[in-house]
Design a binder for this molecule. Structure first.
Ligand SMILES: Cc1cc2nc3c(=O)[nH]c(=O)nc-3n(C[C@H](O)[C@H](O)[C@H](O)COP(=O)(O)OP(=O)(O)OC[C@H]3O[C@@H](n4cnc5c(N)ncnc54)[C@H](O)[C@@H]3O)c2cc1C
Length: 437
């Protein structure tokens, strides 16, 4: 296939037009590079991005992850300023609800609190009574540990109150696919090209360097830089490029369901909050139109659904998981109304071994990756554009990121994010071992 005439003229090829690929395409094209973003799908943002709960929060386990989320939120708050323009087709919006993180025994709250204080992220510690006074829709019991719904103890009364911490900042992006399209609108205005229905089937190399991509049509697009932003297809693309074996941390597709149910009247985007409740095994947030969106926090009593082939999985919600997630959320939100049939979606995370992302170079010169987003990186998309630009800039001047890690300074805090935290060669990061990161 690579015998077809190469088409020259690009500085970089971005594989994948999800929210990450679109953000990277914007920042690279804004740096004066000629960029083409190729995607197998029919529309920008139509991959796993379109299924995202799009939650913005800051409670991660490590300094670099917290700082990244805090800096990215600052950019979502004034998204038009970040883009440098307004998309005439409509802008994605940040809906601020606040974020309540509830405790479980031995969790990372002490570390997270210390990082929040260090960075200057305002938060309050709350008792169960204070939580209920602020959000009367929420029950104040401690339901830990999470249980299968057919466990005889599932509905046991709690013996003590829950506690947690609350940040007034945080919320969600009202339309994640639109956010990807907003990034791409801005990228196009800087000259980026987007080619949809264009699946990459080969990643050619010569002299130990990447040489663009070959599409299913047989066309070879040549460029010295190729960035794998394939979402749940990223590990397959890393294998195609021959870079998977040297990675200490890798990623794999994992199936997830998110359900949407009618909200109690007193739990709206104004009066409710994003709630992270690993003690019952879910996260949930109010949504537009009087709904609650419910996702899993990977409780130990549930089996993880690893998927071998990202193109082949059950992409509709199942009655079993619907029942489990909704009944778990109903412990915390007792007045929630429960539909009889499953309502929601099923899609894939690109889950890494330690639930932290991979923003990195690779063993193949010129081949980069932004993957392993583990169900928790949508919020960081505005920063990930800068991360990949910094990695490509370093490559261009011969800086070996593996030996001399690239750092990116946050505009809001002036603090440095060390991209070694997201290296494929790192040791396992000590995280929550769940979507909470
Ligand atoms: C159900 C769910 C809920 C989530 N909730 C949250 C949340 O609340 N907060 C948060 O921060 N994050 C969340 N995430 C994570 C976040 O949404 C993802 O990390 C992010 O959207 C991934 O974007 P992406 O651009 O990397 O991938 P995608 O959007 O999947 O884009 C990858 C693109 O690559 C293309 N592609 C794949 N293979 C090829 C190929 N061979 N050739 C060409 N193109 C190819 C695909 O067509 C696709 O368009 C959630 C994810 C899911 C699935």
């Amino acid at each position: 296939m690579s015998e077809t005439t190469p088409r020259h003229g690009y500085d970089a090829i971005v594989i994948g037009a999800g929210v990450m690929g679109a953000s990277i395409t914007l920042v690279l094209s804004r740096s004066g590079r000629r960029v083409v973003c190729v995607d197998a799908g029919p529309a920008v943002g139509a991959g796993s991005t379109s299924s995202s709960s799009a939650i913005i929060r800051f409670n991660y386990s490590t300094f670099d992850s917290v700082l990244t989320a805090w800096e990215a939120a600052h950019r979502w708050k004034d998204f038009a300023r970040h883009l440098g323009m307004t998309d005439p087709d409509g802008m994605a919006n940040l809906i601020t609800t606040g974020c309540l993180a509830l405790d479980t025994p031995g969790d990372n709250r002490p570390q997270v609190s210390a990082i929040f204080r260090d960075i200057g992220i305002p938060f309050e510690d709350l008792t169960g009574g204070q939580i209920q006074a602020r959000m009367p829709a929420l029950a104040k019991g401690d339901f830990w540990p999470p249980r299968p719904v057919d466990d005889p103890q599932f509905a046991d009364e709690p013996t003590k109150d829950i506690a947690g911490y609350y940040t007034t900042e945080g919320g969600f992006i009202d339309d994640p696919m639109r956010a990807a399209q907003n990034f791409m609108f801005a990228a196009r205005s800087h000259g980026a090209e987007v080619r949809l229905h264009s699946a990459v089937v080969e990643i050619p190399q010569s002299d130990g360097k990447v040489d663009g991509v070959v599409l299913a049509s047989g066309e070879h697009i040549s460029a010295p830089v190729v960035i794998n932003v394939g979402g749940p297809a990223a590990s397959a693309l890393n294998r195609l490029a021959g870079v998977a074996d040297e990675m200490n941390i890798s990623s794999r597709p994992m199936r997830q369901e998110v359900h949407v149910v009618p909200a109690p009247d007193s739990f709206t985007t104004e009066t409710g909050s994003l709630v992270s409740d690993p003690g019952v095994g879910v996260y949930f947030r109010p949504g537009p139109g009087g709904t609650v969106l419910i996702g899993s926090s990977e409780p130990a009593c549930d089996e993880l659904q690893w998927i071998d082939d990202h193109t082949n999985f059950v992409n509709t919600p199942t009655p079993e998981l619907f029942e489990a997630q909704v009944l778990r959320a109903a412990r915390r939100l007792p007045d929630m109304r429960i539909p009889l049939a499953p309502v929601g979606l099923a899609d894939l995370y690109d889950a890494s071994d330690d639930w932290a992302p991979l923003y990195d170079k690779s063993s193949l010169s010129g081949f980069f990756m932004a993957c392993g987003t583990s169900g928790n990186q949508f919020k960081n998309a505005p920063m990930v554009g800068y991360f990949l630009r910094a990695l490509v800039d370093a490559h261009d001047v011969g800086q070996d990121h593996d030996q001399n890690p690239v750092r990116v300074t946050g505009e809001l805090t002036g603090r440095e994010i060390n991209l070694a935290a997201f290296s494929r060669l790192r040791e396992m990061t000590n995280t929550s071992n769940s979507v909470l990161g």
